[in-house]
Design a protein around this ligand. Structure first.
Ligand SMILES: [Zn+2]
Length: 129
């Protein structure tokens, strides 16, 4: 059983829907949604509206906390690698996996295991094989 968690949208309780209503007839109130599975804000908000509300209230503070980009990031041949594959199932063949440099257009074959390995290309686009 997955645990119920609250939507992190700071205004979730202000949206008037049936599923947010709680309490007896003479003392109705709306509450923040609580779900086992939330689909927005990386699993932390119940709707796009609540995700947008979160960003409106906390987005700038999050950028300040984790660090803003203060100079241009640069894409060069060293960090322009992506993984991809040619689908060959329609020919009853194995798919052909490769790394592709989208700046130089160089293409190098890799194994399916290398394709599935998250470390084959680093988070910043560098080839790691
Ligand atoms: Zn919500």
């Amino acid at each position: 059983m997955s645990q119920l968690k609250y939507c992190q949208g700071p205004r979730c309780h202000t949206y008037d829907t049936k599923d947010r209503k709680r309490g007896p007839k003479d003392n109705k109130r709306n509450e923040t949604r609580r779900r086992s599975n939330l689909c927005y804000l990386n699993g932390n908000a119940c709707s796009m509206q609540c995700q947008a509300d979160w960003f409106d209230v906390y987005g700038s503070r999050a950028l300040d906390h984790f660090g803003r980009i203060t100079e241009a990031k640069v894409l060069t041949a060293d960090n322009a690698w992506r993984k991809s594959y040619d689908y060959r199932g329609y020919r009853n063949e194995a798919d052909r996996h490769y790394v592709y440099n989208h700046l130089t257009e160089e293409r190098r074959p890799i194994t399916e295991q290398q394709y599935d390995n998250d470390n084959t290309i680093t988070n910043d686009g560098r080839l790691n094989i």
